[in-house]
Write a protein that binds this ligand. Sequence first.
Ligand code: MN
Length: 169
Amino acid sequence: MDKEQLHEYRKKRNFRISSEPKGKSLKKKKDKLIFVVQEHHASHLHYDFRLEWDGVLKSWAVPKGPSLDPKVKRLAVQTEDHPLEYAKFEGEIPKGEYGAGEVFIWDAGTWEAEVEDIDEALEKGNLKFKLKGKKLKGSFVLVRTHYNESRNKNWLLIKHKESAEKKLH
Ligand code: MN
């Protein structure tokens, strides 16, 4: 997480009041990329979908939560990058603070990109990936509602249909 990203994350929060991690700018070295979905009982219940990439958690707020039905498209509003440590966070964000309410880990695991260039996919707004979680498994896509408009924060999270062949295994 670079300084600018960390600053944006920190300026919204009061760490003397909230037990959320303050974040480090250090990049962790490990081979598998993690993902987490946090059920967040804020003023409106939503599910924070986070993918580790480039030392941070790329984050989207999914009001209805991820769906395993390939026919269902779920709105996913991109939010600020979070520090990697946030993937472990569960607890109560105090009243009056940014995102006040309880946070539970709804699912977690690892992910793999199904695109050549993750940075380009994020920039253009079409990221295909595979999740290996407890609840979420298989291929998904995150696609920006207006392709190539990097300022647009609205994406759709959609389960990819597995091929018939894959289903046999
Ligand atoms: Mn949230």
